[in-house]
Design a protein around this ligand. Structure first.
Ligand SMILES: [Zn+2]
Length: 345
């Protein structure tokens, strides 16, 4: 399996996040990549550095204003009196705001829904290279590979067309799915991250050409809080093409796999030309974000069942946070997908 990784993505290494009013260490740190690369190595999978994707592949998902903000926002922010080392919004628009703001202070709040992904001097390059990985994996599958993996950091599935959030910058899953649309009239996304893929949902919500399925911890008391309910089924032409499968917090492996099966069944009925797996590994029982209790064997079984669907598949790395178990979570899923014994990996 072709795997894509760009070391420039480690340039995005946010130092903190705010949780319950307390400044804590950011869980989406560059060393996540080291743990994930170790997993690929254990599986005998090498990585390729992707070529630069055409900007049109990013613009097919994100607005020009959002891309400009990501690309130039840090430099503008540094000109503010008393600017901190990272762009962190502290004012947010609400309600029916229609005028796009001029100042970088207001644009930071416009384009970021929370404070979890502070933007540093290398963040644009990192998210750009992560998007390059996603596009390269899509291209590999379009060229006939059965499957490809994009080791993307920062992740993407909480970002809409113009608002980042939840540790994400550009929506790498949506960029891969949209890119696959060049070759396939119908593409499906299966998001198994423990958090609802609210950004991906928003991007494809009114479309029938991309089916979005998300298996996640129910959001009444868990991020992203405002979306992720079963009654969100799409709108307009997209009605019926968004499937949310929320599960109670702390769901264990059997319940989680049953929901993954439901998602796969819906995807098979849709009969897409290709599949994007939005691969969060944070449903693991030892993940610090504490959403669900999925075992390594559960990830291996999910990998097996997704592979059995027999679709050309792009696997895009999403969440899964700092824990020594992150490596084994990846080898378990990928081992299952590739039909290898993850314990022997
Ligand atoms: Zn997550």
């Amino acid at each position: 399996m072709k795997c894509f990784y760009a070391p420039e993505t480690e340039g995005h290494d946010p130092s903190f996040r705010l949780t319950h009013g307390t400044v804590v260490r950011n869980a989406e740190r560059a060393e996540r990549a080291t743990l994930l690369l170790k997993g690929l190595e254990q599986l005998g999978l090498g990585t390729e550095s992707p070529p630069e994707a055409p900007r049109a592949a990013l613009e097919a998902v994100h607005t020009p204003e959002f891309l400009r903000f990501l690309e130039t926002g840090w430099e503008e922010w540094q000109k503010l009196p008393g600017a901190g080392p990272e762009v962190v919004p502290n004012v947010f628009p609400r309600g029916s705001v229609t005028s796009y703001p001029e100042t970088i202070i207001a644009r930071a709040g416009w384009h970021m829904s929370d404070t979890s992904a502070p933007i540093g001097p290398k963040s644009w390059e990192a998210t750009r290279r992560a998007a390059d990985c996603a596009v390269a994996a899509a291209e590999a599958v379009m060229a006939g590979e059965r499957a490809a993996y994009a080791l993307c950091r920062p992740p993407g599935h909480h970002t809409t067309d113009d608002v980042a959030g939840g540790h994400c910058l550009m929506n790498v899953t949506a960029i891969a799915a949209q890119h696959l649309r060049r070759a396939h009239p119908h593409v499906a996304v299966l998001d198994i991250d423990v958090h609802h893929g609210n950004g991906t949902q928003a991007i494809f919500y009114d479309r029938a050409d991309v089916l979005m399925v998300s298996v996640h911890a129910e959001t009444s008391n868990y991020y992203p809080f405002y979306t992720g309910y079963a009654h969100e089924t799409g709108s307009g032409e997209g009605q019926g093409f968004n499937l949310n499968l929320p599960l109670p917090r702390s769901t264990t492996t059997p319940g989680w796999l049953a929901a993954v099966d439901d998602g796969i069944a819906r995807i098979k009925a849709y009969a897409p030309g290709a599949l994007v797996v939005s691969l969060g590994l944070d449903a693991h029982e030892n993940d610090p974000l504490d959403g669900m209790k999925v075992s390594f064997d559960g990830f291996a079984e999910a990998g097996r069942r997704i592979a059995e669907a027999g679709l050309p598949t792009v696997i895009v790395q999403e969440g899964g946070y700092l824990s020594p178990d992150l490596t084994t979570s990846l080898t378990s899923f990928m081992g299952g997908f590739l039909g290898k014994d993850p314990r022997a990996a």
